[in-house]
Design a protein around this ligand. Structure first.
Ligand SMILES: [Zn+2]
Length: 209
C-alpha cells in the first residue's frame, strides 16, 4: 500500500502514538495503529514513558471481560465507544482513544480505580469487530453489557443486577456507582458535554493485568 510521506501525516501519527503511550498502551498497539517503524516507536516510547515498554504477549482471551467487575468496566467503555462511533466521525483508533479518555474521566469522578487498560480496551473493540464478543441488553435494568455472542437476551441479567454473592463483603459496592455511567453512555440523547472535552492529559493509566 502506498503510504503518504507527508510531514503532516507523520506528525499526526506521532501525536497519536504519544497519546496512546500516555494512556498506557502496549507497543503492539502502536505498531498496529501507526505506520511508524518499530525503532521509532521504541524511541518514542522510552522518551514519553521514561522506561522501556513491557514485553510479553497481549491478552488474547475473552475470559477477562466476562468476570464480574471487569465486565462492568468493559461495558462502560464499550457503550461510550459505540456512542462515539455513531455520533462522531473519528478514525477507528481515535474513537478508542476518546472513549478510553471518557472512561477514565468517568472513573475519576466516581473516585474509582480503572480496571480496564487501554490495551484491553483496544482488544475489546477488536473482539467485537471479529464477532467474538458483543453487547446484550440486560433483561432487568436495560443496560447493555459485554457478553459472548448468542447470549439469550430474554434471560440475560447483568453483573450489576445480579452481583456475585461475595460482592457484598469487604469493599463497598464499587460497581454500583458505575450505574450512572452506563445509563449515561446508553442514553440515546447526545451528550455534547462529553464530546466537547479536550484531550486533556489522562490520569495515570492502569497497566495490563
Ligand atoms: Zn442489569
Amino acid at each position: 500500500m502506498a503510504r503518504s510521506k507527508s510531514i503532516l501525516t507523520e506528525a499526526r501519527q506521532i501525536e497519536r502514538a504519544v497519546t496512546l503511550i500516555q494512556l498506557g498502551a502496549r507497543l503492539q498497539v502502536l505498531e498496529s495503529e501507526t505506520d511508524l517503524s518499530y525503532e521509532r516507536l521504541l524511541r518514542l516510547y522510552k522518551e514519553v514513558a521514561g522506561r522501556s515498554p513491557s514485553k510479553g504477549q497481549l491478552p488474547f482471551s475473552t475470559d477477562w471481560f466476562m468476570t464480574w467487575q471487569p465486565n462492568i468496566h468493559a461495558s462502560l467503555f464499550l457503550n461510550t465507544h459505540e456512542y462515539l462511533n455513531k455520533v462522531a466521525a473519528l478514525d477507528e483508533i481515535d474513537t478508542v482513544i476518546k472513549a478510553y479518555q471518557l472512561y477514565l474521566e468517568q472513573l475519576q469522578t466516581q473516585d474509582l480505580e480503572p480496571l480496564l487498560s487501554l490495551t484491553r480496551a483496544w482488544r475489546l473493540v477488536k473482539f467485537v469487530d471479529n464477532g467474538m464478543l458483543t453487547m446484550t441488553r440486560c433483561s432487568k435494568c436495560g443496560g447493555h453489557f459485554v457478553t459472548h455472542p448468542h447470549e439469550i437476551a430474554r434471560h440475560y441479567v447483568c453483573g450489576l443486577c445480579n452481583p456475585p454473592a461475595r460482592a457484598g463483603k469487604g469493599k463497598p459496592a464499587v460497581p454500583r456507582a458505575l450505574d450512572v455511567g452506563l445509563a449515561l453512555a446508553a442514553a440515546p440523547a447526545p451528550a455534547p458535554a462529553l464530546l466537547g472535552k479536550s484531550r486533556a492529559a489522562a490520569p495515570t493509566a492502569p497497566g495490563v493485568h
